[in-house]
Structure formats: C-alpha cells, structure tokens
Design a protein. Structure first.
Ligand SMILES: Nc1ncnc2c1ncn2[C@@H]1O[C@H](COP(=O)(O)OP(=O)(O)OP(=O)(O)O)[C@@H](O)[C@H]1O
Ligand SMILES: [Mg+2]
Lengths: 373, 207
C-alpha cells in the first residue's frame, strides 16, 4: 500500500533519512522505532508530504505521491501528530470532525460520525462532545487525537508517538483499544514510537532505525529471536531477558502463598481462606516444610468428620524444585491439569506457588516486556 | 452653542472610520508578514516610526497634502492605529503553537482554511486588544482634529480655551473622556466574549 523507494531526506547537509526502502502492505501495522533524532518523524511526514524527500519516491496504492495534490492526499490519510495538537478553540466534536468538515460532509452526518467515534472510544458523547480539549485529561486528549485521525475513515493512518505522554496504565489501555480497532476496521497503520515494548506489542512488523537508516525490519518474534546486531539486541534486550526458556520457577512463582499449620482448626482455616480470597491453602510445619495442601472442596466434604487441617491434608502433592526451568513447570501444569504447583527447595521447604496466573504473567512479560524489570 | 450629542456621534464616527480602516489594512499586513522575519521587522519598524511623529505635526503635514476637513484626520487616525493592530496581529498569529499548524496542514487544510479555521480564531483575542488600544488613542487624537477643520468634540474644547470659557471646555472634554473610558470597557468586554471557552480554561489552569 505504501512503498518507499530509496527515499532520502537531507536538511542542508545533515542526513535525516538515508536510502529508506520499505513496503507497507495493506492492513499491516508497522512500527518505526529508534532513538531520538533517528528520522522517524521525518519518515512519517514524507508520506503526507509535510516534508518532501530530497531523493527517492513514495508510492501509495501504486501512485507516486508527487503527482497527488498535497491537500487532497492529506485528507485521505489519518495523521496523529507527536504533540497531540488538538485545536483549543474547538469543541471535542469539532476537533474530531475537522476532516469531514474539510470534505464538506453535511452537518448531520458529521455529528453522527463524531458521536459514533466517541462511543467507540468509550467516551459518552452527551458528556464529552461539547467539551473543550482543556477540559479533558491527558489520556482523553490522546484518544481524541486518535479519533480525529479516524474520522473520515481513511484506509491509511500515520501515528507519531500517539501515546507518548501517558502513564503506563492509560497507555496500556489505549494500545489494546488501538490494536483491536485496527484489526476490526482493517486499517493500515504506520506507528512511530521509541518504546520497544509498545512496538513489539502492537506491530505486525517492526522497523528499527538508527541515524536515518533502517537497521532491521522484522516481525516482533524474529526481532526477539534474531536481533540483527548489538544495537538492536540492546534495544530489545530488556524484553529478551524474560524469554520463558531462560526463566526459572523462582522468577515466576508467587512468593508468599497462604499457609497454615496442621494443628489449625477447620473453621479457623476457612475464615483465613475467606479473608485471603483463596480456594486452596498449603499446610506446612513449624520449620516451613511442606506437608500437603487442602482445597475448599476437601474442606467442604470433610468438615463433619475432622477437626484439624492436618487430618485432611492431601500429602501427595505434585511439587517442583525452585531451580526448575519455568517452561518445564508450565508443561507439567498443562499436562497434568494442575490448578497450582507448590515450589520447594532441596529440603522440601516451601518457597512459593506457581498458579495459572503466574503462567500468564510470565508469558505476557516475554511478549510485551516486564514493567517491573 | 454646540450640540454635544451630534459632536459626540461625529467624534465616534471619525474614530471608527480611522480604526476600521486600520483593521482592514493592518490585520492582513500582520498576517502577511508572518511569512518572513526580515520583512516583519521592516514593516514593524516603519509603523513604529509613524507612531513617534507628534500628532500635531502629522495632522499639519496631512492637511498640506489633503486640505482641510475630516479626511486628513481619518488618515492620521489610521496611521496611528496601524501599529498596535499590525503588531498584535503578527504576535497573535506567530504565537500559535506550531503543533496546531502542523496538525491543521496534516489534516489537509488549505492556507485559507488554516487562516480562517485556526489562525484567526486563536489570534482574535490578541488582535482585539490591539484594536482596543488603538481606539482609545484615536479618541484622544481626534480631539485635535478641529485644528485642521475636522468635526468632533475638539471644537468646543478649542473654542472654550480661546474664550477662557470653562463650561464650554468641559462640554467637550467630559464627553470625550467618557467616550474613551466607555470604549475601553466595552471593547475589553468584547475581547472576553470572543475568547473561546477552551482558552479561558487554559488561562485559568496556567495561573
Ligand atoms: N525542519 C528541520 N530542519 C533541520 N533539521 C531537521 C528538521 N526536522 C528534523 N531535522 C533533523 O532530522 C533528524 C531527524 O529528525 P526526526 O524529527 O525525524 O527524528 P525522530 O526520530 O522523530 O526523533 P524523536 O524521537 O525525538 O521525535 C534530527 O537530527 C533533526 O534534528
Ligand atoms: Mg519524532
């Protein structure tokens, strides 16, 4: 859909982009990533002719954009600028529908579109349509910036660090929204970021740039497995260290599982479970050695017969050593359909607990990087 | 005896004519010079210089050229009003965040649409405050228009001074002063009214 052919951009002697060749396919989500000043914004702006290449050609749907009127071209391409850039004197609705206004859509159609988009972003039009940008939170402003780019339903959208100034949580939410939106509406997106986690999470293909040149162009998976050089490796490094093959159980387990002594009474144990919101407790002796486990089902079944936890604990728990590779532990859980897997050291001291949730978290950190790293 | 009502209306009319022409000429100039820093300096230097010519001297020169009457006064008012209006138009438009301009262009606005939909509305409060300064100044200068045969509240003031007639002086000076105060208040209300709600919030957030 967008083809860069040997594109370069010089600013009086300084080379901002150097011999860029790139083919962005229809419906593809491509992220451009690299350190500050490596030419990401310049690359993006050449697509909508805010910047003219010094050399080379850019084709959109086979047509050289030099032959397209810049104004007409830009109205067909969604653009989210690095600094959000909402118009302070226009309401949210007016901001979203700028391009439809330029395209002279009738007022009723414009309004309907504005409201539809607000709904889509989970912002009630009744509340937000007539607000001004200064009356929105940073996250809401960035949402409006994205909606504005979608308004005229352009097949191609350019996004320059659209979630740049956000806290990690809103960022995460908007990334998820954007990804599902792109899948649903089948948009082609070129997305600039300098956050590798973001690039890996969103992209079908990641283009790593440095000093105006493309260093590597690969799917997130390939990038993690085979970084082209040390530069790329250091860039993806943080995410790579969490590769599940390299992790051991100790790193993924939950370190403080709920435990009881065997002498504890059933009712007392039940209260504890209720308070901690768990459906299983591990039974350990005074030295911290694992004796067994009790699930809520067992408790329910046996509460007439027994008084102490020690009497009903299951002593045949499957356990793993803390140095076991995480992957083997996960395989064991999946293979034996275990709900949980206690982790012990050589002396059978309880160290932690692997649950399905820890499994999910560990795998997520491999794909998206670990925030706590 | 003078009919003060008629003179007041005349005075206001002359002021509005001068300031109105200055808006028609000054705002486009202020916009056009945003394209070139060097030209901007030159133009503003020129309007600056015009402001330094003493009012009486400028009126006399214009009278020599255009003769007696209202016309040279209106031209003088125009020349004095140009500076605050050109300057504020320039400053108002140049002060707009470059990101907004880029966003506007990136979405496919033509130059004209950019001016009409983004630059003018955002710069308008600044331009209006230039208009307010120009208007108040012009009301003062119009009072000496009587010396070159123009109408307005200058006549009773001047005649009163010649005849040492305090009542006559006041009959011109008081309405002229009231006119200046009222226009200042009225225009500053208007300035607030045309400031978009979105800005007022920004302003209050920044303080
Ligand atoms: N208008 C310009 N005139 C001169 N040099 C420019 C201009 N725009 C960009 N450059 C230079 O080109 C290089 C690439 O800039 P660009 O804005 O594309 O970087 P970027 O990768 O988007 O950086 P960031 O992550 O900081 O946004 C930089 O060295 C920058 O200084
Ligand atoms: Mg940039």
């Amino acid at each position: 859909m967008v083809i860069f052919k040997a594109v370069s951009k010089h600013y009086n002697g300084h080379i901002a982009v150097k011999n860029l060749n790139l083919n962005v396919k229809e419906g593809e989500f491509v992220t451009l990533i690299g350190p500050s000043g490596c030419g990401k914004t310049t690359t993006l702006k050449m697509v909508n002719r805010l910047v003219e290449p010094t050399e080379g050609d850019i084709l959109i749907n086979g047509r050289n954009i030099r032959d397209t009127d810049p104004v007409a071209l830009r109205r067909q391409i969604g653009y989210v600028i690095q600094q959000i850039g909402l118009f302070p004197h226009m309401t949210v609705e007016e901001n979203i529908t700028v391009v439809p206004t330029l395209l002279e859509w009738p007022a009723t159609k414009r309004r309907a579109r504005g409201h539809e988009l607000l709904d889509m972003a989970g912002m009630d039009p009744v509340i937000y349509a007539n607000r001004y940008p200064s009356e929105l939170s940073g996250g809401q402003q960035q949402r409006i910036g994205v909606l504005r780019a979608l308004a005229a339903d352009p097949p191609l959208i350019l996004m320059d660090e659209p979630f740049g100034a956000l806290d990690p949580i809103s960022r995460e939410v908007l990334q998820d929204e954007l990804k599902s939106l792109q899948k649903r509406l089948h948009k082609t997106i070129i997305f600039v970021t300098h956050d590798m986690d973001e690039a890996l999470k969103l992209a079908d293909r990641v283009v790593v740039m440095r000093e105006g040149e493309v260093i590597q162009e690969a799917t997130p998976e390939e990038l993690l497995r085979k970084p082209a050089d040390d530069f790329v490796a250091s860039f993806v490094g943080k995410s790579r260290r969490n590769d599940s093959k390299l992790l051991i159980v100790e790193q993924v387990m939950q370190p403080n599982p709920v435990t009881v002594l065997p002498s504890v009474g059933l009712a007392q144990c039940l209260t504890l479970m209720k308070r901690k919101r768990v459906d299983t407790v591990l039974v350990v002796d005074e030295e911290g050695v694992l004796i067994g486990g009790v699930s809520i089902e067992t408790l329910d079944r046996e509460h007439q017969r027994a008084y102490r936890i020690g009497e009903i604990a299951d002593h045949n728990l499957v356990t793993v050593l803390n140095s076991t590779p995480a992957k083997d532990a996960f395989d064991l859980m999946v293979g034996d359909q275990l709900k949980y897997l206690p982790v012990v050291d050589e002396h059978r001291h309880l160290r932690g607990l692997v649950t399905r949730t820890s499994m999910v978290n560990a795998m997520a950190s491999v794909v998206w990087g670990d925030e706590n790293d | 005896m003078y009919n003060i009502w008629i003179l007041t209306v005349q005075h206001l009319g002359l002021t509005l004519a001068g300031v109105g022409l200055a808006i028609l000429i000054g705002v486009p100039i202020g916009y056009l010079i945003t394209g070139n820093r060097w030209v901007a300096q030159l133009v503003m230097g020129f309007t600056d210089m015009m402001q330094t010519i003493p009012a009486l001297a400028l009126l006399a020169l214009l009278m020599l050229w255009m003769g007696l009457g209202d016309t040279p006064l209106v031209v003088a008012l125009l020349m004095y009003s140009l500076l605050p209006i050109v300057r504020n138009s320039y400053v108002g438009i140049m002060g707009i965040d470059g990101a907004l301009i880029e966003a506007a262009k990136g979405m496919g606005m033509t130059r004209w649409q950019l001016l009409r939909m983004v630059q003018l509305p955002i710069a308008l409060p600044v331009i209006m405050s230039g208009v307010r300064v120009a208007t108040v100044t012009a009301i003062g200068i119009a009072a000496i228009g009587v010396l070159i045969g123009a109408g307005g509240l200058g006549a009773p003031i001047w005649r009163g001074m010649q005849q040492m007639n305090t009542a006559m002086i006041l009959s011109g000076a008081v309405p002229a002063a009231l006119l200046a105060v009222a226009s200042d208040a009225g225009l500053s209300k208007l300035e607030q009214a045309i400031t978009p709600r979105g800005f007022r919030n920004i302003a209050s957030q920044n303080t």
